[in-house]
Ligand binder design. Structure first.
Ligand SMILES: [Ca+2]
Length: 169
């Protein structure tokens, strides 16, 4: 889905009410058609990640940005899954590095554990995309507090609650 005209067609089909914006429920339904079944909370997070005008829905421009991210994540997944259909934690770690996320061990294993849906150490594409959406959203949120770009933030309890509530999937 890299061609702009194809993307436009896809978007218009999903935007069944012709509002120029697609909702989380519409996006969820469209992804299911493409064999990607996400919980609605993950789809809402996808929308929030690129909701540049913060209206809670996805315009075509925002969709193009999301699609670019999803394509990158899918490519990295296919490079490493070697036709098994899943990644093991070591590969998830390498995949995250390729996407530009370098996590330390405690952070990485905690994130892995919470996205290992079946608790079998196997990350299917849907699990891996959900994990990447979470890490990217957390990074965006972190950056919004790290205004001086020091790579660290100080939060009071209210800000901390705001962050955890935003990241919860
Ligand atoms: Ca929007």
């Amino acid at each position: 889905m890299e061609n702009a005209a194809i993307l436009r067609q896809w978007f218009d089909r999903v935007d069944s009410e012709k509002t120029g914006n697609i909702t989380a429920a519409q996006l969820k339904g469209a992804l299911v058609v493409g064999n990607l079944e996400f919980p609605i909370t993950v789809v809402q997070q996808m929308i929030r990640m690129y909701d540049f005008d913060r209206n809670g829905t996805m315009s075509f421009e925002e969709f193009v940005a999301l699609n670019k991210f999803l394509i990158k994540v899918q490519h990295v997944f296919s490079d490493l899954e070697r036709d098994r259909g899943y990644l093991v934690p070591d590969e998830v770690y390498q995949a995250l590095l390729k996407i530009g996320f370098s996590l330390d061990s405690p952070a990485f294993y905690t994130v892995c554990e919470s996205f290992d849906e079946k608790k079998n150490g196997r990350f299917r594409l849907v699990d891996f995309i959900s994990l990447c959406i979470f890490v990217q959203s957390a990074r965006n949120l972190f950056n919004s507090f790290d205004t001086s770009k020091q790579g660290r933030v100080t939060l009071d309890l209210n800000q901390f609650l705001y962050c955890t509530a935003n990241c919860r999937i």
